[in-house]
Ligand binder design. Structure first.
Ligand SMILES: Cc1cc2nc3c(=O)[nH]c(=O)nc-3n(C[C@H](O)[C@H](O)[C@H](O)COP(=O)(O)O)c2cc1C
Length: 258
């Protein structure tokens, strides 16, 4: 495959993200994002809210998820668990709702992080929250057959957060030093991404090329309780590289909240 320029790469990433707005390039957003748990009481700016709503509508339409933006609702972060991890001032969030199925967590992770990076580019801070929040009935819709998997706190942080302690690239990709630059940049980006408890439970390898010469990337997720005793589950990114949407189940007929 021909090595493309940085400008080509940026344009490709923009097309891939589909709804990019704000002041940062995707890579700047990846580098600038850190978990923020303390927020000012400044409401989300109208233009940022509108951009988020547009993006959420695209994601929900593309995937059959039912992600909802919840504003001025502090109760989700008012419980014992939220206090334990020092959440303060959080009152806006994305409720990550989708059809109950085994792919749900993976697809929510993929599209939720796209929305996080958009938020970062719009000047907002964020924090994924899978456990330390309270469910608040009637603040968002969870229809029959759907599930709330996690929330993402959004707002203007009292600080921009700090970089997490990270594994080294060759710990998650033994052939990192011999790999092409585009692949190294992908591994670098993954190491900057948020993971639950900062576990970074993944590794990557290049698995040759397909019939058309397109490089195939494999991701392996560490699974501590894998039924067959193995620690890794290979996942091909082939479909994503071809730009096919990741769509869950049948379309839902129930009304969605705005
Ligand atoms: C799926 C997921 C679930 C998370 N759940 C929580 C949570 O329940 N409470 C919390 O305070 N942080 C949570 N986090 C935030 C992580 O602790 C944080 O992303 C990680 O420590 C890496 O730091 P960074 O986001 O600054 O890069 C979660 C992150 C992810 C990706």
């Amino acid at each position: 495959m021909a090595v493309s320029s940085a400008a080509d790469n940026a344009a490709a990433i923009d097309r891939f993200l589909g709804f990019w707005e704000g002041n940062l390039t995707p890579m700047e957003a990846i580098e600038g994002r850190h978990a923020v748990r303390s927020y000012t009481d400044e409401p989300i700016a109208d233009e940022a809210e509108a951009a988020l709503r547009r993006a959420i509508a695209i994601v929900n339409d593309e995937t059959n998820l039912s992600i909802q933006l919840v504003l001025d609702e502090p109760r989700a972060f008012s419980g014992f668990k939220a206090r334990l991890v020092n959440f303060t001032g959080a009152r806006n969030y994305l409720a990550l709702v989708g059809p109950e199925c085994k792919e749900l967590d993976g697809i929510v992770g993929y599209y939720g992080e796209k929305l996080v990076l958009l938020a970062q580019s719009l000047g907002l801070n964020s924090c994924w929250v899978g456990g330390t929040y309270k469910t608040v009935n009637r603040s968002y819709n969870v229809d029959l057959g759907q599930k709330l998997t996690a929330v993402i706190a959004l707002g203007y942080g009292t600080t921009a957060g700090v970089p997490h302690k990270s594994k080294a690239p060759d710990q998650v990709c033994p052939s990192y030093n011999d790999a092409p630059v585009w692949f190294q940049r992908g591994v670098d980006a993954a190491l900057l991404a948020p993971t639950a408890l900062n576990r970074q439970p993944f590794s990557f390898s290049l698995s040759g090329t397909d019939d058309e010469g397109t490089p195939l990337v494999s991701e392996h997720q560490a699974r501590r309780l894998h039924a067959d005793g193995s620690r890794h589950r290979p996942v091909s990114f082939r479909n994503r590289r071809r730009g096919r949407p990741l769509r869950l189940g049948r379309p839902l007929t129930a009304a969605r909240s705005p």
